[in-house]
Design a protein around this ligand. Structure first.
Ligand SMILES: [Zn+2]
Length: 185
């Protein structure tokens, strides 16, 4: 019987797998994106999910160009199933990814409380309760905090909230990719 991996070597293997995954993805991405074509990524050593990749992932969510199962289904004329590949419990659309997917519950929980805290710091609890009592409004806040500039009334506030929202998006993006690659094994 094989020796169970000790914690350190498991960690190492995991890290290596994740790094290889990101390096490959980043190269594929850079080859296909005109904005990145002048940069040489062949020697890129990715010690952690690359910052630029994180930005690409989260900005895609913000611009609606992130490829979710519901979009794939739409583009394929409903040939493809819109069901979330992670939880299988609903269509995978932006709201589902950002607020509802069961498999991302832990990430939602941590980042959602940060988002709530920073937003309340600027607008107060009662305005939060009034405006952000539904997942559509929260999704809109995550996707683009400047949607609520009229409430924040401050550039600094919008930027601070957008930073937290962007962390949330890149964390979800990374977790989703990792889960999907685990499920497809
Ligand atoms: Zn899901």
């Amino acid at each position: 019987m094989e020796e169970p991996l000790n914690k350190l070597s498991w960690k190492h293997q995991y890290k290596t797998a994740v790094n290889n995954y990101w390096t490959k993805n980043f190269r594929d991405e850079s080859e296909n994106r005109s904005t990145l074509q002048f940069m040489n990524f062949n020697e890129t050593q990715i010690g952690k999910p690359h910052l630029l990749w994180q930005i690409i992932g989260s900005s895609r969510i913000a611009t609606g160009t992130y490829l979710l199962q519901s979009n794939i289904s739409k583009f394929s004329n409903k040939q493809e199933d819109p069901t979330c590949p992670l939880c299988g419990l609903g269509d995978e659309d932006t709201i589902h990814l950002l607020t509802s997917c069961n498999m991302l519950h832990q990430e939602h929980k941590i980042h959602y409380s940060k988002l709530k805290e920073i937003t309340i710091k600027y607008i107060g609890q009662s305005v939060w309760n009034n405006i952000f009592s539904n997942i559509e409004a929260i999704t809109k806040l995550i996707v683009d905090a400047s949607n609520y500039y009229y409430i924040f009334n401050s550039k600094t506030a919008v930027v601070d909230v957008a930073k937290v929202a962007s962390d949330l998006c890149s964390t979800l993006h990374i977790k989703r990719i990792i889960l999907k690659s685990e499920f497809s094994k």
